[in-house]
Design a protein around this ligand. Structure first.
Ligand code: FAQ
Length: 321
């Protein structure tokens, strides 16, 4: 069945639902409910924007990396994030929007990006902690998205997740070097963990009871787990890693619960989360201003590419005329 097929709506809907029920993929050529398309555009655009804005906090340290090796690793990681943004914008474009339009919405603050990128990177330990915690949380959230019902998004996630694994490992390896370094380096790691722990937990989104989109997104097989399920998985995965590093996670309520076979942990400060996602976080204004400047200063490149493409098309027309 194609999007231009003239069969009646209920038939389209039945076929769509049968595809979802059979846990098969919806492809761009398939008919899909408008609300499904809109949900995907919202999530994929937010995800793409997060990758692009997410280049800024770590990009801040490229010129100050402590060695050539660290600089090469960091450069590669930040470039990967640009690549992830591109795959994701391309996936969104299969739903009938274009990248230019999405970028405009981002710089006009009409679309969101992840809350985590609205915190400053104050020390080099933040590079390691972002790799360990932020990429670790991203992996937890994104591995299930490789099984998302929308084909282009699911396929983009496969490659992205492979690269995120490298990102997480480079962060952990950097932290291992620092905690085995001088007492000042170890203290720097702990101070960074203290700042990033709670914002990392907030990456998974609001608690399930306050998440308006989860239920429908799960029914459509876009999301495969709830926000709280993934947050729990992240905590359980991270606690032994923190122990191996010799750092303390800043949560007095964090403890193993034998009955649940999982860790209990404290409640993130949801008022802070709400403030950050509504634009009042520590670096929201700076992040958007920087993105806007980059977009404006790239205008001539886009213009040149457009003129070149027009010239090529005109030449082709001359040849075939
Ligand atoms: N930040 O009903 P829900 C990365 C919004 S990539 C900002 O639960 P949903 C790689 C949500 O949009 C990180 N806003 O929503 C990297 C909704 O608002 P809306 C990005 C948030 O969509 C590492 C409202 O709250 N990852 O880190 C956040 O079902 C290092 C209600 O929430 C993705 O985007 C938040 N944390 O679940 C790059 C993964 N949480 O749109 C560089 C894909 C919620 O109705 C360096 N996305 N909101 O106005 C998802 O899995 C989902 O969209 C969730 C949110 C789980 C984020």
């Amino acid at each position: 069945m194609t999007a231009t097929d003239e069969r009646s709506h209920p038939a389209f809907e039945d076929e769509f639902q049968a595809t979802i029920d059979a846990d098969q993929r919806i492809e761009p050529r398939d008919w899909m409910p408008e609300a499904y398309r809109k949900t995907l555009i919202r999530q994929i655009a937010q995800h793409a924007h997060s990758e692009i804005i997410g280049m800024q906090p770590e990009g801040n340290w490229i010129g100050r990396a402590p060695s050539l090796r660290r600089k090469a690793i960091l450069l590669a990681k930040v470039q990967d994030e640009a690549g992830h943004g591109m795959y994701l914008y391309a996936a969104a474009e299969t739903l009938g929007v274009d990248r230019e339009e999405l970028t405009e919405k981002l710089i006009e603050s009409k679309q969101k990006y992840s809350s985590i990128f609205n915190y400053p990177t104050l020390t080099y330990a933040d590079v390691g902690v972002i790799g360990w915690l932020v990429d670790g949380a991203a992996i937890c959230n994104q591995v299930p998205l490789c099984r998302c019902s929308y084909g282009p998004y699911a396929r983009a996630m496969v490659r992205i997740c492979k690269e995120e694994s490298f990102h997480q490992r480079q962060g952990y390896e950097l932290l291992l070097a620092m905690v085995n370094g001088t007492p000042a380096q170890k203290a720097m790691v702990q101070e960074s963990v203290d700042r990033w722990w709670w914002p990392s937990l907030m990456m998974f989104g609001p608690a399930d009871g306050d998440s308006p989109n989860t239920q429908q997104s799960m029914a459509w097989n876009i999301k495969r787990h709830t926000n709280d399920e993934l947050r729990q998985r992240f905590v359980d995965m991270t606690v032994p890693q923190a122990e191996a590093l010799g750092v303390t996670l800043p949560d007095p309520d964090l403890r193993w619960n034998d009955e649940r076979q999982a860790h209990d942990f404290g409640e993130p400060d949801w008022s802070e989360f709400k403030a950050v996602i509504s634009g009042a976080g520590p670096t929201n204004a700076q992040r958007i201003a920087h993105r806007r400047r980059a977009h404006e200063s790239g205008a001539w490149v886009r213009e040149a590419a457009r003129v070149y493409a027009d010239k090529q098309a005109a030449k082709k027309r001359e040849v075939t005329a």
